[in-house]
Every structure is written in structure tokens, then in C-alpha cells.
Design a binder for this molecule. Structure first.
Ligand code: NAD
Length: 478
């Protein structure tokens, strides 16, 4: 789909996120020949610098964060020529008249708020006060979107003072992943899956987001948040919604988001014994979570596993097991749909029995796989084995398929095109906090201390027990 000319203004254009994700993503679009004529990118941040200083900074960022094989000297020069820079103060008046003079009113304007959430309200108010935002203005905001329901409501209200909901793009980069969108294509573009997509045929669903890194240098910041706020309330919740939602009537932003919202509203409160929280231990020279957090008594979780129920007709009594953590044995994110066993086996016990599992891998190596049971080849009688039916589209579609774009790359272009399907709506975010808040308050009231787990392991022992009690097993993290 063609992209209109645009002005993209990155507030916080000198920050880590801009250098690591936003600018490299834009560069990749340009290198792929997808940048329209008349596109401009304007960095706006606190540091004093001119456009040429900014271009030098961005060149260095591209050299650091874009792999060498993806860099091309001509494309880099063309990209840098699109850049401009305005020093600005979100909390004062400095820089705003200069920005007003620079931004074009007659093209799509995307204002990327790549700054801390405490500045969102200031930026929205000043864009309004200086009459910068034109009729095609959009704003893009990053996580964390609030700390709890109350702060999320306050943030939504501060943006709503000057922008309509259809101008606000709340990014969850998990939604930008190719396989996440492919999940919708597989569910709603095939006859094969949807009839089976319910409590009658699905035993349970597992959602895993495992990281190998610890909280490292941002320990003090992370300690105020924890895995529930940092990962479950947003990323895991979004994945849960897409896997569990009813088919929307159309693939349009509000139809999809209405269905996601219904899932969140149908979530049961989670029983305390259905949640396990953990903190990683020290490993050799590597510090423990509490050392990283700088608080020897910290009760913040770096790991959480939970059993969740969705109270509706489709999912009655089908558990969804969610887990996420830091310093685990591998970096792996996947959704696994584990189907029930066949109701009756016609083979004798020796043949074995297997289940169908549809696994959707988000990282690394995005792809989908369906475990199917077949006869083990050979003359040894009827023995059943599971073989993977690999649905990784890049392999299936051959070498001509366009390289999988990075999530940010896709999402930024969706902002320019004005497509909100893959962005969270304000009411979704609030509903997710309304479900999360009582769980966190419960831990605080009970003074619960997270379990310790070995760094490099699959998580705390109690999380394994959560599954074993139900005669199920977590999938291996690999
Ligand atoms: P950062 O500290 O590296 O950069 C902050 C940027 O904001 C700088 O460009 C700074 O000049 C600018 N800034 C700060 N105060 C300002 C003011 N008063 N007026 C104008 N500009 C001001 O932060 P970051 O890591 O780039 O993160 C930005 C936002 O994105 C944060 O909300 C963060 O939580 C979120 N986020 C970051 C990442 C990441 O990978 N870094 C990932 C997800 C979300």
C-alpha cells in the first residue's frame, strides 16, 4: 500500500529507542525503496545541535544498530538528507516556534513521543498551543502506558484533551511482528482451524516470553515495575487477546479492537495460588535480581507464571498458562495451542499417542509449526510419531518473498497510512490495568515474597508445579 508524503517528528530523537529502533526502521524502509518522495524526519530533543550534528549522530546510530550487510552507503546518504533537528523543551517554550515553522500542515504529520510518559501531556498541550498539529496529525506513544489504572486514565485524559482517539497510536511492538499478524491470517483465513478453536478441542494454551538478559543497568527503574506491569499487562495480554478473540466481522481497526477488549473483560480474577512470582539468583560473577535492583529486600518479580481463565462460551474451562521472565535459559517467545488427544485410540498402547500442537514462534526466527501425528516409517509395525509441519512462510514462499520487516518498521508505516489495527485503544489499555491492579495489590497486601530461581534455568520450581498439578507440562524453553 503506497505511503503518502509525511513529516515524522521524533520527540526524544536523540534517545536510546530512537537510535536503536525508530531511525534504523525508517532507514530500512528507505533502503527497500518504500520511502515516498517528500518524506521528512525531524528529531526534536533536549540537546543543542544543528541538523548536520544530528545527521552525524544518526549515521553513527545506523552503523551501530543496522547490521553491516543491510547498510548501503548511497541509501544512508539519501536517508540522512531527509533529517532535520530542532532543540526543544517539552516542559518550556524553547524550540516550539522553530518546530512550528518547520512542520508542513498539508501532509501527514506523525509525532512520535519517544520520551518518558511524564512528558506526554506536555507535548500534546504544546503541539496544540503552538498550533502545530494539522488536520492529519497523529501521535505515537510508547510503553509504559501508565503504572496502574489510575495513571493510565490520567494519561489517556491528557492526550484526549487535544487529540481524538483515532489520532492516538499506542505502540506494542509485539503486535508488529509478522507471525502475530499471521496468527490472524491462519485463524480467520482457513476453514481448518477455526471450527476447532474452542474448549471442545483445545486442551490448553501456553504463552511464553522468555529472556536471557537480566535487568542490568535499569534495575532501579525496573524494580518499581516488575514482570507483571512490564510484560504481562501489555505484551502477553495482547497475545492472549489475539489468540482468544472471536472472529471480528471485518479486518478493520475497531472491529478487531472491540473483540480484543471483550476478551480482557471476560478474564476471571486470578486465584493467588494460580500465580507464581520469581526473582533470579546470582550466577558466578553475574549479580542476583536484588543486587541488580539495588535493594536487598526487593519484592518485585523478574518472573511471573499464571493460569488464567476466560469466562465465555468458547473458552469455558480451558486454561491459558502465561509466563515471562528474565535471566532464563533461552530467549524465546512463543504461543502454543495444545489440542486434546483423540477421543479414542484405535492403535494399541505400544503405538503411543500424540497431540497436535500449533506453535507460533515470535522470536527468534519468527515462524509457525503444527505437530502432526503420522506412522513412523519402516516395517516395524504401527508406531506413531510426531512430525513438524513447518508453516514458516519465508521458506514456503521461496526466496522472492520480501524480507520480514522489523516490528517497528511496520508499525511506523501503519501510523503514516493511518491504520490503527495493530495499536492498542485507550479502553483496551484501561481494561488490562483494571484486571492487573487487584493482582498486584493482593501481593502487596499479603506481603508476598517472590521465589528465587536459578539464573539460566526455566524459572522457579513452583511454576513447574503449577502445571504438574494439572497433569500438564510447560513446553521447553529453547
Ligand atoms: P532516553 O533517556 O534514551 O531518551 C530520552 C529522550 O527524551 C532524549 O532524546 C532526551 O533529549 C529527550 N528528552 C528528555 N526530556 C526532555 C524534555 N524535557 N524536552 C524534550 N526532550 C526531552 O529514553 P529512551 O530509552 O529512548 O526511551 C524513550 C521512551 O520509550 C520511554 O518512555 C521508554 O520507557 C520507552 N521505551 C524505550 C525502549 C528502549 O528500547 N529504549 C523500549 C520500549 C519503550
Amino acid at each position: 500500500i503506497p505511503v503518502e508524503p509525511f513529516d515524522l517528528i521524533i520527540f526524544g530523537g536523540t534517545g536510546d529507542l530512537a537510535k536503536r529502533k525508530i531511525l534504523p526502521g525508517l532507514y530500512r524502509r528507505l533502503a527497500a525503496g518504500q520511502m515516498p518522495d517528500g518524506a521528512r524526519v525531524i528529531g526534536a530533543a533536549r540537546g543543542e545541535m544543528d541538523a548536520s550534528g544530528y545527521r552525524d549522530m544518526v549515521r553513527e546510530a545506523l552503523e551501530t544498530f543496522v547490521p553491516e550487510e543491510d547498510r548501503d552507503a548511497d541509501s544512508i546518504d539519501t536517508f540522512l538528507a531527509l533529517l532535520d533537528y530542532v532543540p526543544i523543551d517539552a516542559k518550556g517554550e524553547a524550540g516550539w516556534p522553530e518546530l512550528a515553522a518547520l512542520v508542513r500542515k498539508d501532509v501527514v504529520q506523525a509525532y512520535y513521543f519517544s520520551v518518558g510518559p511524564s512528558l506526554f501531556g506536555d507535548l500534546a498541550a504544546r503541539l496544540h498551543k503552538h498550533e502545530i498539529a494539522g488536520p492529519q496529525a497523529r501521535i505515537v506513544v510508547e510503553k509504559p502506558f501508565g503504572h496502574d489504572l489510575e495513571s493510565a486514565k490520567a494519561l489517556n485524559a491528557s492526550l484526549a484533551e487535544h487529540f481524538n482517539e483515532d489520532q492516538i497510536y499506542r505502540i506494542d511492538h509485539y503486535l508488529g511482528k509478522e507471525t502475530v499478524q499471521n496468527l490472524m491470517a491462519v485463524r480467520f483465513g482457513n476453514m481448518l482451524f477455526e471450527p476447532l478453536w474452542n474448549a471442545q478441542y483445545i486442551d490448553h494454551i501456553q504463552i511464553t516470553v522468555a529472556e536471557t538478559v537480566g535487568v542490568g543497568g535499569r534495575g532501579a527503574y525496573y524494580d518499581k515495575s516488575g514482570a507483571m506491569r512490564d510484560m504481562v499487562q501489555n505484551h502477553l495480554m495482547q497475545l492472549l487477546c489475539l489468540i482468544a478473540m472471536e472472529p471480528p466481522s471485518r479486518f478493520d481497526p475497531d472491529a478487531v479492537r472491540d473483540e480484543k477488549l471483550k476478551v480482557i473483560r471476560a478474564l476471571d480474577p486470578v486465584l493467588p495460588h494460580h500465580i507464581v512470582r520469581g526473582q533470579y539468583d546470582a550466577l558466578g560473577e553475574e549479580p542476583s535480581y536484588r543486587e541488580d535492583a539495588g535493594d536487598p529486600k526487593s519484592r518485585t518479580e523478574s518472573y511471573v507464571a499464571m493460569k488464567v481463565h476466560i469466562s465465555n462460551w468458547r473458552w469455558a474451562n480451558t486454561p491459558f498458562y502465561l509466563r515471562t521472565g528474565k535471566r532464563l535459559k533461552a530467549r524465546a517467545s512463543e504461543i502454543a495451542v495444545v489440542f486434546k488427544e483423540t477421543p479414542h485410540s484405535i492403535f494399541d498402547n505400544e503405538a503411543g499417542s500424540n497431540r497436535n500442537v500449533l506453535s507460533i514462534r515470535l522470536q527468534p526466527n519468527e515462524g509457525m509449526n503444527l505437530d502432526v501425528t503420522i506412522k513412523e516409517p519402516g516395517p516395524g509395525g504401527m508406531r506413531l510419531v510426531t512430525v513438524p509441519l513447518d508453516m514458516t512462510f519465508a521458506d514456503a514462499l521461496g526466496p522472492d518473498v520480501e524480507e520480514v520487516p522489523d516490528a517497528y518498521e511496520r508499525l511506523i508505516m501503519d501510523v503514516i497510512r493511518g491504520n490503527q489495527t495493530l495499536f492498542m485503544r485507550g479502553d483496551e489499555v484501561e481494561a488490562a490495568w483494571a484486571w492487573t491492579d487487584p493482582l498486584i495489590e493482593g501481593w502487596q497486601q499479603r506481603g508476598e515474597v517472590p521465589k528465587t530461581y536459578d539464573a539460566g534455568s526455566a524459572g522457579p520450581e513452583d511454576a513447574m508445579m503449577l502445571m504438574h498439578r494439572d497433569h500438564r507440562r510447560w513446553r521447553e524453553i529453547k
